[in-house]
Design a binder for this molecule. Structure first.
Ligand SMILES: Nc1ncnc2c1ncn2[C@@H]1O[C@H](COP(=O)(O)OP(=O)(O)OP(=O)(O)O)[C@@H](O)[C@H]1O
Length: 234
């Protein structure tokens, strides 16, 4: 592991019921780096995040996180600085925005600095917030705890592009300001490439392309035209 990386996987394979679906992954994240993890439906993006988080076992290869090899569970990795925002919106629907921050151990003042638009909604039940506002609560709560590594699965599901822009900009800023490493699984390829430093493209559980995001953009277009249908924004 390099001295500074928050995450390095080496030849990591993982999957379900003892069968590897993602194979030979070498993925690294430095502090402050936003990494886009791209690929068509079923490519293995969520599986990769689950393996990094400790929700799925490494069937071969290793996960090194925060300076040491890990085979422990998500809650232990979380205690050391991992945060995982999953596809399901993880707000407590019965609680208010303010209560969501409190039970999540987040600093409400900081959360409102990130998303001032939540200020008039602090006493509203989260179940009555729009999908975009719920994601703001989720992201603010996760960022406010200053994780060393933040995994985000499909932030944009069902949201308007403008809202996704807003959310990703805040993630990008927090990553740079606080040195948070981020892995972003995102269907909106252009948006993801615009805010990320580097990208990995997965297909059939393997990395088929990786590099700086500004280089990957053009190559993704080419790939898509040849055989990688379904990856770009529809
Ligand atoms: N619990 C499970 N048990 C067995 N196979 C699973 C399970 N969850 C996912 N899979 C399979 O693993 C493969 C990879 O799925 P994964 O969710 O990682 O893809 P993805 O790239 O995140 O796709 P999407 O963009 O559609 O979310 C798929 O073939 C999927 O059917």
């Amino acid at each position: 592991m390099t001295m500074s990386a928050v995450l390095e996987t080496h030849q990591l394979s993982s999957g379900y019921h003892g069968h590897a679906f993602v194979t030979d992954l070498d993925i690294s994240v430095e502090p402050g780096e936003v990494i886009a993890l791209l690929g068509p439906n079923g490519a293995g993006k969520t599986t990769t995040l689950l393996a990094i988080a400790g929700e799925l076992p490494a069937l071969s290869g290793t996960v090194e996180m925060f300076g040491r090899k890990r085979t422990d569970a998500l809650y232990k990795r979380a205690a050391d600085g991992l945060a995982f925002v999953t596809e399901e919106r993880s707000v407590f629907m019965q609680l208010t925005t303010a209560e969501n921050f409190r039970v999540g151990g987040a600093d409400a003042v900081e959360c409102l600095q990130m998303f001032p638009e939540l200020e008039p909604l602090m006493n509203r039940t989260a179940g009555l917030l729009s999908g975009g506002e719920q994601q703001m609560v989720t992201i603010a709560r996760a960022l406010s705890r200053k994780p060393k590594l933040l995994l985000i699965d499909e932030l944009s599901l069902g949201l308007a592009p403008l809202v996704v822009h807003r959310l990703l900009d805040v993630v990008r800023d927090a990553a740079s300001t606080h040195g948070i490493g981020v892995i972003l699984v995102e269907q909106k390829v252009e948006l993801a490439l615009a805010v990320s430093n580097r990208a990995y493209v997965l297909r059939d559980g393997k990395v088929i392309l990786q590099g700086p995001s500004d280089h990957i953009g053009a190559q993704v277009k080419e790939l898509e035209e040849s055989y990688l249908s379904g990856i770009a924004d529809s």
